[in-house]
Design a binder for this molecule. Structure first.
Ligand SMILES: NC(=O)c1ccc[n+]([C@@H]2O[C@H](COP(=O)([O-])OP(=O)(O)OC[C@H]3O[C@@H](n4cnc5c(N)ncnc54)[C@H](OP(=O)(O)O)[C@@H]3O)[C@@H](O)[C@H]2O)c1
Length: 262
């Protein structure tokens, strides 16, 4: 990765994505900004060009629409200057599963998982071939905790974490860095968009602090960055338990507690 590499950021019109855009522009990276709201993308692009002098392209797209998504995939495949993908666009869904419409559930899964993995798939072979670059996937601590009561949203974020861990195993040896960022509640429009009154929530992290922390993890080449987790040993313990579980899986033998008496 060179300081001249271009960064493509999805969900860049506001919130976490917009702050990523600002921070990477200040680091001297050219940008490609993706979201649906062209007016906002244009305004952000103009202000970043003026502030930092970097080149900023906008690529308006609704990532739940196959034709729009295909255009972003094509850009990732073909534009060799893009060496960093920030897979950030996402949404939440309030309420209980039984009250959520099937269409809303499917749209959420499409945006948070299908679009994210298609974009990663579009850029990864080129980065692996070049032996450089990074894919940053924005997950959520909700993906660790079904107890938070956001089952579909959390399931999409569990997908993001698993995918990132798997891709890291495959791509790190090829010179491509993969990072999963797991924010907790952060002060953005995501709540309002999901119909949740932000004033009813306990303290939220500021979006600037969240992205700056995520970039500390990025610069350290950390696979999983959890800015709100204060005791990193908890994550290490969870991961250690998971690895211990793997070593206890014996494919050819039924565990004793399931053995049927002859
Ligand atoms: N804020 C939190 O508390 C929190 C916590 C954990 C994880 N996260 C994750 O962080 C990421 C960013 O969220 P945020 O908090 O910054 O949310 P946000 O302020 O609502 O911003 C979401 C961004 O995604 C874009 N987007 C939404 N639907 C899209 C679609 N169909 N196609 C293309 N772009 C779309 C939006 O732009 P347009 O409307 O212009 O398309 C916007 O730029 C998400 O993946 C979210 O799950 C957030």
């Amino acid at each position: 990765m060179t300081s001249q590499s271009t960064v493509l950021i999805t969900g860049a019109s506001t919130g976490i994505g917009a702050i990523y855009a600002q921070r990477f522009a200040r680091r001297g990276h050219d940008l490609v900004l993706v979201a649906r709201d062209t007016t906002r993308l244009e305004a952000l692009a103009a202000s970043l060009r003026e502030e930092t002098g970097v080149a900023v392209d906008i690529l308006p797209a609704d990532l739940t629409l196959p034709s729009d998504l295909a255009a972003v995939e094509a850009r990732l495949r073909e534009d060799a200057k893009i060496e960093i993908l920030i897979n950030n666009a996402g949404a939440a869904l309030s309420g209980q599963f039984i009250d959520q419409s099937t269409d809303d559930v499917a749209r959420l899964v499409t945006l948070n998982t299908t679009a994210l993995v298609r974009l990663a798939s579009a850029i990864a072979p080129r980065l692996a071939q070049a032996g450089t670059g990074a894919i940053v996937n924005i997950g959520s601590v909700v993906g660790l905790a079904p107890e938070f009561g956001m089952s579909v949203y959390g399931a999409t974020k569990a997908f993001v974490l698993f995918l990132s861990q798997g891709l890291s195993l495959e791509l790190t040896p090829k010179g491509v860095f993969v990072q999963a960022v797991l924010p907790a509640g952060t002060r953005t429009e995501i709540w309002q968009r999901a119909g949740i009154d932000i004033n009813t929530l306990a303290d939220l992290m500021s979006v600037d602090e969240l992205v700056d922390a995520a970039l500390v993890g990025f610069d350290r080449r950390e696979l999983v960055t959890i800015p709100p987790l204060h005791d990193a040993a908890h994550w290490e313990a969870l991961n250690g338990a998971r690895l211990g579980l793997i070593s206890d899986l014996r494919q050819a033998q039924v565990a004793e507690r399931y053995q049927v008496a002859p």
